[in-house]
Design a binder for this molecule. Structure first.
Ligand code: WTA
Length: 706
């Protein structure tokens, strides 16, 4: 623990006044307003605090229910909120079956393979229905999977992923998709944590022009789960090219099965959708937190699906006639909510792309948009920055027209926003900057595009029915327009909020609610603000600017990485005695990771040890987490009680002021580390630009929650 005095000075630094240029407002084009779903300002009144929680029945009414709910919000076990209690529905029925009558032959999914020579596939609602039913029949018949069981997927961006998700939803089986870029070991952890009986994977997929071996990760995953005491019964392997096996890893007899060899037996089979209670879990989505163990965020069926359908309608402005493309990966929450469940619940056409946005060149995405007639486009700042760098004029070469664009996952710099608006959106598209998290199911902060102007760099106010507020460390409200940063919280529950952390209900309460709870016995929602773990500032006009995480999570290119996970991965290397992960400002990825490691006594630093640390992180987490640098230091700066001061090394990595280090147990080490790291960075040409005040505040605050 940091000393109280030390803690206080860090906190006041975190609450510094933040000054930035007030950006100009951009009005939505009249052509957009004229056709928008949310164009009548009366909607704000319908969703005002006075009408909470009834307002959300408007979202639930977008769905088809087998039985209507009795209670909208049950708070009797606060903060384990229950929405639409007594209601019954099936998520797959809502995303597939109910569209058949009017839109049987409309494309539900349009899948674009990475190789440009390979044909684009349109999966109609009819075809999706057939595939989902056959796979559901296989899951039930061949795997004997039951309602309530868990199934882990480690699937890339192929139509088999939504097919597998919807097949589980049809059966009431809880799916848990692990992002394809995660390592086998990371997948194994999540299999064991969720006690999944089966793993669904694919032999290989295309990335950057290569057909990469993916099945090999399944073997590592099964092994990792076994070490944690969990045996997987069956591994179902979809093949990227049915009939041809793209992996070098052997199929294990009795455990591994090719789906394309089994599915014929279920041809034409229809499985009745299981009518599920609104409160039944639909899926788990794992995310990183302050401790090493990943958190399985458990999302509900009725509340979640209502929330993503409603926000897709009003904030993504999806009409049934639109061609909508969210270029995220379904392995993240954005893809679950805004590629699969939200758009399909509304019966639209949702585009999926298999590969890398810049393959084979920086015009790829715009060619896809032109060819498919995409008119709603959704991506992350990291992709926008990369495309701006590699192909600043590419969008002008293609004849597509977006009416609407989204940015999600990280703060977007105003100049990057302006390029998105002028060049990608051709000044004809509205932009929504949507702030939310894996835990939230759907958007929390955004402008309602036809009714609220855009402001570059700010997500906007709370979305319909969401009441955000900023609190300081003592729970006082930080007023809008005060110029002060604080912790953004949501005062009320909403239908998309996750139900719990799978198997860790105490951690759920402690991480998200304990900090600002007014009375732990209370069953009044007003006493339970949700702590989002992000710093924010609210301008006088009510718009929020999100500053980034206040916990030990580093947001690399929109991926949340826990410092503890990075550190435990580094500690699997024999030579390493101590490890600390810190964020460094990165022009393309937003933040990158730098690892500081200290060796066991008597060992000499070497490039070989650095490489071992990188290999360990690739193996334990995945290449997405690969650090930019590994710094071997003789010791870490520590408090007298022995805690590593991450903010000090984070400051060194970012060439920022380290602040007062006199209270450290070993203040002399700070200068040694600074000389070593900074001279090496200067030699490599990695000296960063000067930090903005917000970035400086973030670095200073890093690690303060411990
Ligand atoms: C950050 C992604 C600024 C934030 C949907 C949050 C953002 C974390 C924005 C959640 C945004 C997300 N502006 N920051 N529009 N959207 N973030 O769980 O720090 O992968 O807490 O969910 O990303 O990341 P997650």
């Amino acid at each position: 623990m940091a000393t109280d005095a030390g803690r206080e000075s860090q906190l006041s630094e975190a609450q510094i006044a933040v000054h930035w240029r007030e950006e100009e407002l951009y009005q939505p084009p009249a052509s957009f307003v004229a056709q928008a779903n949310g164009a009548d300002p009366a909607i704000f009144e319908r969703f005002s605090e006075e009408h909470f929680p009834e307002c959300f029945t408007e979202y639930a009414d977008l769905l088809s229910w087998d039985k209507r709910w009795d209670t909208i919000l049950d708070a009797s076990r606060a903060p384990f909120w229950k929405w639409f209690v007594g209601g019954r529905l099936n998520a797959c029925y809502n995303c597939v079956d109910r569209h058949l009558e009017a839109n049987r032959n409309k494309a539900a999914l349009i899948w674009v393979p990475e190789p440009e020579a390979e044909a684009t596939q349109a999966v109609t609602y009819q075809e999706l229905h057939r595939q989902v039913n056959e796979f559901a029949a296989l899951l039930r018949g061949f795997c004997d999977i039951q309602t309530g069981d868990r199934a882990t997927f480690h699937l890339p961006m192929v139509p088999e992923l939504p097919v597998s998700m919807l097949a589980c939803a049809r059966l009431g089986v809880v799916h848990s998709e692990v992002f394809g870029g995660f390592s086998g070991a990371a997948c194994g952890d999540r299999i064991a944590d969720s006690q999944s009986r089966i793993l669904v994977t694919m032999d290989g997929y295309y990335r950057n022009g290569e057909l990469i071996d993916h099945k090999v990760k399944a073997d590592e995953a099964i092994e990792a789960a076994r070490k944690l005491g969990h045996e997987v019964e069956k591994v179902l392997v979809w093949r990227r090219h049915p009939g041809q096996y793209a992996s070098a890893s052997p199929m294990v007899p009795g455990r591994d099965f090719f789906v394309d060899e089994l599915i014929g037996e279920y041809r034409g089979r229809v499985v009745e959708p299981v009518s599920m209670p609104a409160e039944a879990p639909l899926f788990l989505m794992y995310t990183s937190g302050t401790t090493g163990r990943p958190k399985g965020c458990q999302h509900s069926t009725g509340g979640y699906l209502s929330y993503v359908a409603g926000t897709s309608k009003y904030y993504q402005d999806i009409h049934p006639t639109d061609t909508y493309w969210c270029a995220a990966d379904i392995g993240w929450i954005t893809g679950h909510s805004y590629i699969v469940y939200g758009p399909l619940a509304l019966g639209t056409t949702s585009v999926m792309y298999e590969g890398v946005p810049t393959y084979p060149d920086a015009g790829r995405l715009w060619r896809i948009a032109e060819r498919l007639g995409v008119n709603i486009f959704h991506t992350a700042p990291t992709t926008i920055r990369m495309l701006r760098k590699l192909g600043p004029d590419e969008p002008r070469k293609y004849d597509y027209r977006f009416k609407h664009m989204t940015t999600v996952g990280e703060p977007i710099e105003p100049e990057v926003w302006r390029w998105y608006h002028e060049v990608v959106g051709k000044r004809e598209a509205v932009i929504v900057d949507t702030w939310w998290q894996t835990e939230n199911g759907g958007f929390l902060g955004s402008t309602l595009p036809a009714l609220q102007p855009m402001k570059p760099g700010s997500c906007g106010p709370g979305v319909l029915g969401i009441l955000p507020t900023i609190y300081d460390e003592d729970g006082n409200v930080v007023e809008a327009g005060s110029g002060k940063a604080g912790n953004i919280c949501i005062r009320n529950p909403w239908p998309g909020i996750f139900q719990t952390i799978w198997g860790q209900p105490e951690r759920f309460v402690q991480t998200y609610y304990e900090k600002y709870c007014r009375n732990k016995k209370s069953t009044d929602w007003h006493d339970w603000p949700y702590f989002a773990g992000d710093g924010a500032v609210q301008a006088a006009d009510g718009y929020f600017r999100i500053l980034g995480r206040v916990d030990d999570v580093i947001n690399v290119a929109g991926h949340r990485l826990g410092t503890k996970e990075l550190e435990s991965a580094s500690l699997t290397v024999d030579e390493i005695a101590e490890a600390a992960a810190v964020p460094v400002i990165d022009e393309l990825r937003g933040r990158a990771v730098e690892m500081y490691v200290a060796l066991k006594p008597g060992l000499t630093p070497s490039k070989e040890i650095e490489d071992k640390v990188i290999a360990a992180i690739d193996r334990e987490i995945g290449k997405i987490a690969r650090p930019k640098s590994v710094w071997i230091v003789s010791d870490m700066p520590k408090t007298r009680s022995g805690k590593i001061m991450r903010r000090v090394i984070a400051s060194i990595s970012n060439f920022a002021d380290v602040g007062d280090v006199t209270t450290l147990a070993n203040p002399e080490i700070v200068d040694d580390i600074r000389r070593h790291v900074q001279s090496e960075k200067v030699a490599r040409g990695e000296e960063p630009r000067e930090l903005t005040p917000e970035e400086a505040a973030e670095i200073k605050a890093f690690g303060q929650v411990e």
